[in-house]
Design a protein around this ligand. Structure first.
Ligand code: 8YV
Length: 319
């Protein structure tokens, strides 16, 4: 494309090198600096020409940023989460917001199961045990018993695309599945439990797969954790905000629940240090979608949403 006719983009985050290269070849790209004078200078100089924005679930955007981009016509976000994206503000201006659902569903559900097995069967703890030379200690040190995953009761908070993919994996483990959410989902063979606290009381494993944002903030609170109790394990692959992190830390410290396995946190990348001293928690750095295949597919979707728009067609996936 002739550089004169290339649409002008604002890119708020670095993506995969191949995706960044493609963007640089097909668009005039301005990288948004971190908050501060440099950012304001860039927006003052180029904001008025920007037609497209590339962002992510991590970076997000707010109405104040949109206000500095008067010619903005399309947004393409890397990720399925919309909690940090002010979609209503974009819609008010008729700006479509592309995102990347579906392509990451399997990988996120895989990591939910990985976490579930990790905490239930004490896999990371066993790894630490072997590395620390505990296995060969004389007299022998007993490694604590785990919890059986096959045939256990799985509660899912949020039976959307990812929640359903978690449930599908559970059938391979002969698990009983029930779920909670805003309303029952039609056409699924799992029991609906409207009260999260009751789902927690029933479940051996409670997997959080709901959306983030103010509506779900701290839904998993001290009462839910108490109901989950000693027999129960919490797995969160959704958003840290859904869980009251301080209440969870207290419940783990007091051994009130069986354990927790977390891919997401309230203030990423900050993880409360209290978690580090505990062996009844597994901690991951938000990697549920982080495989070569899925990240490539997400990057491709970001590009496709943009190119469809600039070709005058509907986005492949819009929020
Ligand atoms: C990504 C995510 O890590 O899709 C989401 O909402 O949280 C993850 O897949 C994130 O989008 C990267 O910024």
């Amino acid at each position: 494309m002739n550089s004169m006719t290339r649409p002008v983009l604002l890119q708020t985050i670095a993506l995969l090198p191949d995706v960044d290269r493609h963007l640089a070849e097909h668009y005039t790209v301005h990288r948004l600096p971190p908050p501060g004078a440099e950012r304001e200078a860039l927006l003052a100089q180029h904001g008025a020409q920007v037609e497209g924005m590339v962002t992510s679930a991590r970076a997000g955007f707010d109405e104040a940023l949109l206000a500095k981009l008067p010619k903005l016509r399309v947004i393409s976000s890397f990720g399925v989460g919309l909690d940090t994206l002010d979609v209503p503000a974009a819609k008010k201006r008729g700006i479509p917001v592309g995102y990347t659902p579906d392509v990451l569903t399997d990988c996120v559900a895989d990591i939910a199961f990985g976490l579930l097995l990790s905490i239930g069967r004490r896999i990371p703890e066993g790894d630490r045990f072997v590395r620390a030379g505990q296995w060969v200690r004389k007299p022998p040190v007993a490694f604590p018993l785990g919890r059986q995953v096959s045939r256990a009761k799985l509660g899912i908070l949020g039976l959307g695309r990812i929640g359903q993919a978690v449930a599908k994996r559970a059938s391979g483990f002969d698990m009983q599945v029930r779920y909670s959410g805003r309303r029952p989902v039609e056409g699924v063979p799992y029991g609906f439990e409207p009260k999260l606290v009751e789902l927690a009381r029933w479940a051996d494993f409670l997997v959080v797969a709901t959306t983030g944002g103010p509506e779900t903030k701290h839904m998993v609170n001290a009462d839910v954790l108490q109901a989950l109790g000693h027999k129960g394990f919490l797995v969160n692959i959704a958003r840290g905000t859904v869980v009251d992190e301080q209440a969870l830390l207290k419940a783990l410290q007091a051994r009130e629940i069986g354990g927790a396995a977390l891919d997401v946190f309230e203030r990423e990348p900050e993880v409360p240090e209290g978690f580090f001293a505990l062996d009844n928690v597994v901690l991951l750095p938000h990697i549920a979608s982080a495989t070569v295949e899925t990240r490539a597919a997400m990057g491709q979707r970001v590009l496709d949403n943009l190119s469809e728009f600039f070709a005058g067609r509907a986005l492949v996936s819009a929020a």
